[in-house]
Structures are given as structure tokens and as C-alpha cells.
Ligand binder design. Sequence first.
Ligand code: ATP
Length: 328
Amino acid sequence: MPKISKIAVLTSGGDAPGMNSCIRAVVRTAIYNNLQVTGIRQGYQGMIDNDMYDMQTRSVSNILNLGGTILKTARCMAFHTDEGMEQAYQNLKKQGIEGLVVIGGDGTFTGALRFSKKYPDIAVIGVPGTIDNDLYGSTYTLGFDTATNTVIEAIDKIRDTADAHDRLFFVEVMGRDSGAIALRAGISCGAEAILLPEKETAISDLIDNLKGGQYEKKTSSIVIVAEGDKNGGVYDVAQAVKKEVTNYDIKVTILGHLQRGGSPSAFDRILGSRLGFAAVNALIAGESQKMVGLQANIIVSTSLEEALTQHKFSLEEDLLQMAEVLSI
Ligand code: ATP
């Protein structure tokens, strides 16, 4: 097994709470094992621009509680090109970097796998960092728990005003392809309906539900609409319902980017620490083109190829059915 002596870490794609705990774990696990560690700013853009710095144990002090990522993140179009990748490779070689930890989502892993196939002398390990919880090979991704808690906190507040005014609120939450946040927030907040990208809900069914006898005594209703719901967006859904459901004042709230921010939950801090620790140990063990993830509370590694080609998440039908029963 070739012994590596210097690694680098970057965060890429959408930021997710808990990324900092992962960076901290990568840096400290590397230094504990006598490896040098370099931080790359702005994801793959920093690799191309040579925007890197040596990190020490104290470079990651007091960051566990911070949202965002101290390394910054970016969406980098230049990394899609052969020239961009070559520039990035040359920069890493100049710095003597032999292993790379990339923290991000499926786009980040697609780039990492392409890069690693082109330049196999630099080992790459991925850490699933995205609030969407949409990666195969890890039951939970970094940031999902905090984002869901943030949504719950916001919807609890919306529920207060909805209740005071007999209002029906349509709340849009993040999730273009994944209804994971919507489903869990819906269960946690007792939403009357949850609209998800993975399952089409006919507007007529939603209206029937909202007009149904069991709702007549409700003083407020919340419908959670994931961004990727196929009914044309939260305003269209609200408009269509407004024509038919007249016993409520209808309002729309889009939670937007606040869902990405905030101090990470205990779960995400621990998950980030475990995944960062595991990623460095995987590099030391000579692994590459793998993703470390959490399954049944154990850290396991999955090939990046498999993580990208297997479809993540079938909709958790059992949770959706339970939510429907519990919202009567
Ligand atoms: P999130 O799930 O939060 O959106 P992500 O990692 O999927 O995170 P993307 O913007 O899709 O976010 O990807 C991050 C970066 O990965 C891109 O900006 C680009 O630099 C790189 N990347 C994505 N796809 C490719 C690809 N096919 N080839 C090379 N690089 C890629």
C-alpha cells in the first residue's frame, strides 16, 4: 500500500450545516496520523485557481457550531472541461497532494469520479454533504437533519399565526428531486398534506381532503409543498385550491435559503465528525473512488460509481401513509 503524506479537503456544491465538523475531523485526523493537510477554498474552483492553504489543528478551532463552510463552496463550470481538470491536477501535484476529501452532493461526486479516473494517482474519497438526503449509500447526508429542524421551527411559527386566523398555509420547502425534508417536516409538524416530487398528488384529491368533513373543525391547516412537486409550484397549487376551499384564508410561504443556514444539530456535528474521520482513514488505508456513509449507525464505504448510479431513495411510502392517518 503506498503511504500518503499529504491530503487536501474541499467543500463543493450547495452548503450544508455540519460541513465544518467534517472539515475539522479531516484536518485533525490527518494531523494525528502525521499527514499534512491543505484546505482548498471554493470547491473545484480553488483547485483550478490554486486557492489553497496549509491547515493546522488550530485552523479548525471553534467551528463545530458554525453553519456554512469555512472553506467556502462554489459551483464551478470550468471543472467540467478537460482543461480545467488538467489545471486542477497540476496544482495538486505542485503541492504534493496525494489524496483528496470532497464534501458535497452528487454533482461533486460526478466531478470527483471523472477526475480520479483521469488522474488515478490522486486518491479521492467523497463525503455526502447535502441537505437533500438524496445520495445512495448513506441513510442520512450531512445537513439534512439540521435543515429539517430549521423547517420544523419555521412551520411551528407559521402554525401559530395560521391557528389565530383560521388560515390555510402552503409552505414550500427545499427539495427539487427529493421530498425527504418535506416528508419529515410534515410528520413533525402535523401537516394536513405533503406534496412530494416522488409522488404525484392530483389537485382534486388535495381539494377533496381539505374540504373533507374531518377538516371542518380544524382552525388551521398546513400543506407542505416540496420545490419539485409536479403541480407547477406552490403558488399554482394554492391558487387552484383557493377556488374551491373557501372556509380558510389562504397564504403562501416560501422558506427558501434560510433552510441551509444555522448552527448544525448534534446529529450533523457527530455525523460530520464520523464521516471526516472515516474519510481520512480510508485514504490512509489506500482506498479511492469511494464514498463514506452511514448505514444502520455504522460507517460504510460505497464506490462512487455505485453511489452515483444506484437510485437513492425510493419514497418512504410507509411514512407518507402514516402522515396521512395521523393528520385526520
Ligand atoms: P447539491 O446536492 O447541494 O446541489 P452538488 O454537489 O450536487 O451539491 P453541483 O453544483 O451539482 O452540487 O456540483 C458541484 C460541482 O461539481 C459543480 O459546480 C462542478 O464543479 C462539479 N461537477 C458537477 N458535475 C460535474 C461533471 N459532470 N464533471 C465535472 N465536474 C462536475
